[in-house]
Design a protein. Structure first.
Lengths: 256, 270, 405
């Protein structure tokens, strides 16, 4: 227990000091809100609009979650195909890398025009595309980076490729998958948020942050940013918890 | 010829045949292993001992020659689970308990759950790891993991055990303990064992015969009989043991009279 | 792979950084509080006294004063007067060397002004008042657009002709602070913008309306409205006609607010040199607007020459429609009507935005605007023989081509 407390208090202390310094800066320099709002202003805005903050956060979180699930499923599926079929792998990897390079900023308006802008669809698609690459790359690695001795063992036991996949590759890939998911989950929140910037229903964090900033209501904008941070953290922590449950062996010294 | 556990005749294995980096890992290798016999393969790196083991295991195929394992082709033997195999790494699956690791061959052979579990516990008993059945591999020491690997290799009660330097990563004391374990188990089950090793005392202690191999090209040069009878704690300090060790060492150094072209027939003994 | 609180800190910093990037992208301004030192030095001896005199016309001008003007959007006929003033030498006449800075999605002109990155900014009154309330020291020195150009456009068959008809509909708007008149109209009709209508943020095109994904779209008379009239009706093979649509005009509804105005820095207006510069700038700019009233096609061409990618017919349409917003100016071009100002303030005080917060919370008071410079400019321009009220102004007729070509 003491060890855990020793892990927790330094970041909290640093966070608190940072906020104090920020507050002091605003007060001492008499900075106007339109330049830099004080943490105290952000806090009061946040608490006096709590239900709105929560609602908005949930909206974006839902988009992010849908995109995360969709992108993850596609990533896993294609990674399995790429592992199994040589030809497909040489095709998939460059395409996946190409997709990863297209920025959200360019793709979102295009998807907004292709699909119903009043629906969640374009944003979920963008999120899924962003999520796809880390999942695909990591699951692919996990499926293929099996120790050769284990593959030989399975061969000696006369295992079919399907059996090898089920018994060996997939469990081996789980820690890799979670590595990818830990990257993808906060990324999904960011992607959903940024996609909201470009049009569509205005109930989400991205829209509200942009609207508040355009109205020079930066205290409000930062309050929404705090919500975004909380949502991103929540996604990350849930992923961590899932990882701990699903792969208790990960991180231990590998068996000989 | 099915009185032999393994019958290999005129086996060649050439890698990258015809190319600039062509390597003859096995050249005209012949070897017969009787049922219940313990045979070691020993030699310097590149002599083909591991390759020969893998040809027998159908993990790689011979370029030329005949191989029969338990009276059938290596492929059929592999598909019928006629042999068990253990490597230098224990290769236990981290996400399975010790017991479920031992159950692996049985799962793949289609055994039902209750039978698998019972057999696994039986095997763990045999290697004296019954208490660790529900532990995870990383909780075990190297020697214990190897014992689990051996238990696993015996899961389907195979006629033949193939082992590729399984004790190579262990310290000397553990090694000697494991050698005793292995002899005990193999003796109890009547399993034929083909054992690849770098260690002369280990080969002598364990085997009925020690097959000495030599590289470039990989071939059998000598077969040394080891008439030591039942092993006990005094064996390692006996004169007969020392003589056998010397014989093997001389063979390795190329000073003993080599066996003729065509490898080691059962009829020829040194 | 233990990640513990350190991993969480890293994650939170990461999300903070990313969110901060989004926010910075929205905000556009830097967070330094120093103003740029664009303080003007009068070239030679300052023969003209500080404020309310006529701008010097015969003064020997050896060194032009550099001036930065921050526009609210990209170069287009909406800002015709300023480009005309530059192109026709009116700024030079006033001894000014004006650099026109284009705006964009993320640029908040009044923030640029308040931070000193620009000497003057074009901004809509409600957005500027919101900034002012947040501490940006800015003053409206010339109200160029005398009426609002915002429309809410629907299909004629949708049955939407008043704000009350928007209840339960998918209502498009651009966000970014452009939506207040719509929100005011909704509020006036007894609707809550965040709850009683489905708000959808449009992209800066009319696709969502044309695809019937939304029921009503926000449009400026001079820009997006033309876009629908430049689109081909698949049923007829011809361009859409005005009869195909209904529009809600906020001037008629009574919730219109003042739009494009020239804003100056409040702090610097205490400085006589800046006052002089402001007077010169306002006079020349208004002269440019007079020019564009009388020479719409030429102004449209000047805009195109300055880099606007809009098609020729669209540009001319825009110039013409903008002229309709500027002229007639009953009190004189650029002069603020206190009654209309009061209306803008009232709407801003009482309009709930999507978060159910009003644009401003307090009356900005008299200090937020001044007619001093506009009236002086009017006097000077009238003395030159120019018509500063445009009483007889008649818009031209513009034929749009497909795509605005």
């Amino acid at each position: 227990m003491k060890a855990r407390i020793n892990l927790i208090w330094p970041p909290i202390l640093i966070g608190a000091l940072f906020l104090l310094a920020w507050q002091a800066l605003v007060v001492i320099q008499d900075l106007k809100p339109y330049l830099l709002p004080a943490p105290s202003l952000i806090f009061t805005t946040f608490t006096s609009n709590l239900s709105l903050m929560v609602e908005t956060g949930i909206y974006t979180a839902t988009t992010a979650a849908l995109g995360l699930v969709f992108g993850t499923l596609v990533g896993i599926l294609l990674a399995m195909v790429a592992q199994r079929f040589f030809v497909f792998r040489n095709l998939m990897i460059p395409i996946a890398a190409g997709i990863a390079a297209v920025p959200i900023v360019a793709l979102t308006p295009i998807l907004n025009n292709m699909f119903d802008i009043t629906s969640r669809t374009p944003r979920v698609l963008i999120t899924a595309i962003v999520v796809f690459f880390p999942i695909f790359v990591n699951v692919y690695r996990g499926l293929t980076a099996v120790p050769p001795v284990q593959l030989e063992l399975l061969r000696s036991l006369s295992a079919t490729p399907r059996t090898v996949l089920r018994v060996l590759r997939i469990p081996n890939a789980l820690p890799f998958f979670f590595t990818g998911l830990k990257v993808a989950a906060p990324l999904a929140v960011i992607a959903a948020l940024v996609a909201e910037y470009f049009g569509g229903p205005q109930e989400g964090l991205g829209s509200k942050i942009a609207a508040s900033a355009a109205n020079t209501a930066y205290g409000r904008a930062w309050a929404y940013v705090v919500v975004a941070i909380i949502v991103g953290l929540a996604f990350y922590l849930i992923t961590l918890a899932l990882e701990r449950v699903a792969t208790p062996w990960a991180g231990r010294t590998r068996s000989a | 010829m099915s009185e032999f556990a393994v019958h290999a005749e005129g086996v060649w294995k050439v890698f990258n045949e015809g190319a600039a980096n062509e390597v003859t890992a096995l050249s005209d290798v012949s070897l017969d292993v009787r049922k219940g016999e313990f045979v070691s393969l020993i030699g310097p790196s590149g002599c083909g001992k591991s390759t020969l083991l893998r040809v027998i295991a159908d993990l790689t195929s011979a370029s030329r020659g005949t191989v029969e394992v338990a009276g059938m082709t290596p492929q059929k033997a592999r598909e019928d689970h006629q042999y068990g195999i253990a490597f230098q790494q224990a290769a236990l699956l981290d996400w399975r308990t010790v017991r479920r690791n031992v159950e692996l061959p049985l799962e793949l052979a289609g055994w039902d759950k209750a039978k698998r579990q019972a057999r696994a516990l039986e095997l763990l008993d045999m290697v004296q790891l019954h208490d660790f059945a529900e532990s995870r591999p990383w909780e075990l020491s190297g020697g214990m993991q190897q014992r689990v690997a051996i238990a696993r290799s015996l899961a389907t009660d195979p006629e033949i055990l193939l082992m590729d330097e399984p004790f190579g990563a262990l310290d000397e004391m553990t090694r000697e303990r494991m050698q005793n374990e292995l002899l005990r188990i193999a003796g109890a089950t009547g399993t034929s064992v083909i054992f690849v090793t770098h260690s002369i005392p280990e080969a002598v202690y364990l085997s009925n015969r020690v097959v000495v191999m030599s590289p470039r090209p990989g071939r059998i040069t000598h077969v040394v009989d080891v008439p030591l009878g039942d092993r006990n704690e005094d064996t390692r300090e006996s004169d007969a043991f020392f003589e056998a060790v010397t014989a093997v060492r001389e063979a390795l150094r190329g000073r003993a009279k080599p066996v003729g072209e065509g490898g080691a027939r059962l009829a020829e003994t040194s | 792979m233990k990640t513990g609180p350190r991993g969480r800190l890293a994650a939170s910093v990461g999300v903070l950084a990313a969110a901060g990037m989004v926010l910075a992208a929205c905000g556009g301004g830097s967070s330094s509080s120093e103003s740029s030192s664009a303080a003007p030095e009068p070239a030679s001896s300052s023969a003209a006294p500080a404020s309310s005199e006529a701008a010097p016309t015969e003064e020997a001008c050896t060194e032009l004063m550099p001036v930065n003007l921050q526009l609210q959007w990209f170069v287009q006929a909406q800002f015709g007067g300023y480009y005309a003033a530059k192109d026709k030498g009116f700024y030079e006449e006033q001894c000014l060397d004006v650099t026109i800075l284009e705006g964009g999605v993320d640029i908040v002109p009044q923030t640029q002004l308040a931070q000193g990155a620009a000497d003057y900014a074009i901004a809509w009154v409600p957005k500027a008042l919101a900034s002012r309330e947040q501490g940006a020291g800015i003053v409206d020195v010339a109200q160029v657009f005398q009426r609002s150009g915002t429309l809410q456009v629907s299909w004629a068959d949708s049955g939407i002709s008043t704000p009350a008809d928007l209840k339960g509909k998918k209502v498009g708007n651009w966000g970014f602070g452009n939506e207040y008149e719509l929100f005011a109209g909704l509020t006036q009709a007894g609707l809550k913008p965040g709850k009683d209508v489905e708000l959808v943020q449009q992209q800066f095109d009319m696709q969502a309306l044309l695809n019937r994904e939304i029921d009503a779209a926000q449009a400026m008379t001079y820009n997006e409205y033309a876009q629908v009239l430049e689109a081909v009706n698949p049923d007829t093979g011809e361009l859409y006609q005005p009869e195909d649509f209904t529009v809600i005009n906020w001037n008629d509804v009574g919730t219109a607010m003042y739009q494009d105005a020239i804003w100056a820095s409040e702090e610097r207006l205490a400085d006589p040199a800046y006052q002089e510069m402001t007077q010169a700038f306002v006079t020349a700019s208004l002269k440019g607007w007079i020019y564009c009233r009388d020479n719409a096609q030429e102004c449209a061409d000047i805009i195109t020459a300055n880099g606007s990618k809009l098609g020729a017919s669209h540009q001319l349409w825009m110039m013409n429609e903008v002229n309709k917003l500027v002229w007639p100016s009953p009190l004189g071009v650029g002069v603020i009507d206190p009654a209309l100002w009061a209306q803008s303030v009232t709407v801003a005080l009482n309009t709930l935005n999507a978060d159910e917060v009003t644009i401003i919370t307090a009356d900005p008071g008299e200090a937020a605007y001044t007619n001093q410079y506009a009236e002086a400019a009017n006097a000077a321009l009238t003395a030159e023989g120019l018509d500063t009220t445009g009483d007889g102004f008649a818009p031209i007729s513009v034929e749009l081509k497909e795509g605005g070509a």
